[in-house]
Design a protein around this ligand. Sequence first.
Ligand SMILES: C[S@@+](CC[C@H](N)C(=O)[O-])C[C@H]1O[C@@H](n2cnc3c(N)ncnc32)[C@H](O)[C@@H]1O
Length: 215
Amino acid sequence: MRPAGPPDGSSRHGHDDDAVAAAMRAVDRRAFLPRAQRRWAGQDRPLAIGHGQTNSQPSTVAAMLRLLDVAPGHRVLDVGAGSGWTTALLAVLVGPSGGVLGLERDPDLAAWGAANLATAHASWARLEPARRGVLGTPGERYDRVLVSAAADALPRALVDQLAPDGRMVVPVRHTMLLVEADPDAPDGTRVSEHGSYSFVPLVEDPPGPSGPAAG
Ligand SMILES: C[S@@+](CC[C@H](N)C(=O)[O-])C[C@H]1O[C@@H](n2cnc3c(N)ncnc32)[C@H](O)[C@@H]1O
């Protein structure tokens, strides 16, 4: 068993002092786990949070947050907020001058994740149920978009929600993609690949009546 602490690979990769390592130290992962899983919080592996979903592997979360390059004051969308852990980490990274919206498809998880997030006392971050059949909040623009579930193809609806200079980190099938808004690129974005990962699927429901998705 690994020792407790922030298992984000920071020492191995020379990131001990960066903002992501500090955020992972500041947010207690145990507060975002079911009671029975808390003793494993220091391990670098995904942990079950019920409803067939997981609290993601810490080293993967750290790698995604580093790619995302979040700064104080940013507006961030967290798609697949689950336990609320990534939403809380993003809240630390943006600080009180920024804002974070976490969206979770499963309404029960969304309610539990929101309660977990409340323990972080970051009023500039909130976690809500995703609207059925809608990815993100169309019409809004975000400096950063984090997607913690694997899409079958680059989700255009989320690309359209990137602000100028925006960045999105999203697993597509098994490849982690960084999408950077770039007005000089032919379709307005540059896409680069950053390793192979395994994620639960990003579910794209058909549009339905208003209200949260069924679980
Ligand atoms: C790996 S899990 C949770 C990761 C989460 N960031 C955490 O740290 O606990 C990914 C989550 O994405 C959710 N999800 C899948 N499709 C979604 C969608 N279209 N919109 C919002 N959430 C979605 C799943 O229900 C699941 O809870």
